[in-house]
Design a protein around this ligand. Structure first.
Ligand code: ADP
Ligand code: ZN
Length: 217
């Protein structure tokens, strides 16, 4: 079973949804840099104050800050039995830092799961997205409704629309994805770690396919 996992894909491809299900099924520690930044912003920590303008505009938080955050998180003991990195790495500098860190702490990345998705579908998904304020679980107003409107199925927390889920910030996020993050697919393909999944088949099927893949190794 592969347990040290990186999840990749453009914003809206379904990384968060897949991660929420995988962490429950496999008892892996879910590390979402986006969730960590949003939590820091909510709590008005020094990191949150620094990161807020980047998130609101859809820009990337500087590598140095992001790498320090992941370094601290990935070194904790709850990552011993496997982790799901969601939203990190997003730049080549981050990918190289992750390689180095993974070696240092003896928790090598075992696979990189990429969710492929076409751009029109991304825009549709993100404009209707709602997220749990408590646990980060994602929903969609038309296609992934919670059982009770406005309430998270997983934890009962309130759902809200992210400040950067608007047309303008989304454009910026997609641009960063194409310019900085997409090239990492080649980086991981060269290392023999990349495994592609088609995001359009829907979460239930992706989830089964990913579980099958992880447990076949
Ligand atoms: P999505 O994948 O839907 O765009 P995330 O929750 O992963 O959303 O990230 C939201 C925002 O958090 C990003 O637009 C960026 O500002 C910041 N962020 C998250 N992860 C990183 C990272 N690895 N490097 C730089 N910025 C990041
Ligand atoms: Zn929740």
């Amino acid at each position: 079973m592969l347990k040290n996992i990186v999840l990749m894909g453009p914003p809206g491809a379904g990384k968060g949804t897949l991660a929420t299900r995988l962490r429950e099924e496999l008892k892996l520690t879910h590390i979402s840099t986006g969730d960590m930044f949003r939590e820091a912003i909510k709590n008005e920590t020094p990191l949150g104050k620094e990161a807020k303008a980047y998130l609101d505009s859809g820009n990337l938080v500087p590598d140095e800050l992001t790498i320090a955050l992941v370094k601290e998180r990935l070194s904790r003991s709850d990552c011993e039995n496997g982790f799901l990195l969601d939203g990190f790495p997003r730049t080549l500098v981050q990918a190289e830092a992750l390689d180095k860190l993974a070696k240092e702490i003896n928790r090598p990345i075992e696979t990189v799961i990429n969710l492929d998705c076409d751009q029109n579908e991304l825009i549709r998904r993100i404009s209707g997205r709602r997220v749990c304020k408590n646990c980060g679980a994602p929903y969609h107003v038309d296609t992934m409704k919670p059982k009770v409107e406005g309430v998270c199925d997983v934890c009962g927390g309130p759902l809200y629309q992210r400040a950067d889920d608007n047309e303008e910030a989304l454009k910026v996020r997609l641009q960063h994805y194409v310019n900085s993050t997409k090239p990492l697919l080649d980086y991981y393909r060269d290392k023999g770690l990349l495994k592609n999944f088609d995001s359009l088949v829907g979460i239930a099927r992706i989830f089964d396919e990913v579980i099958n893949f992880l447990s076949s190794k």
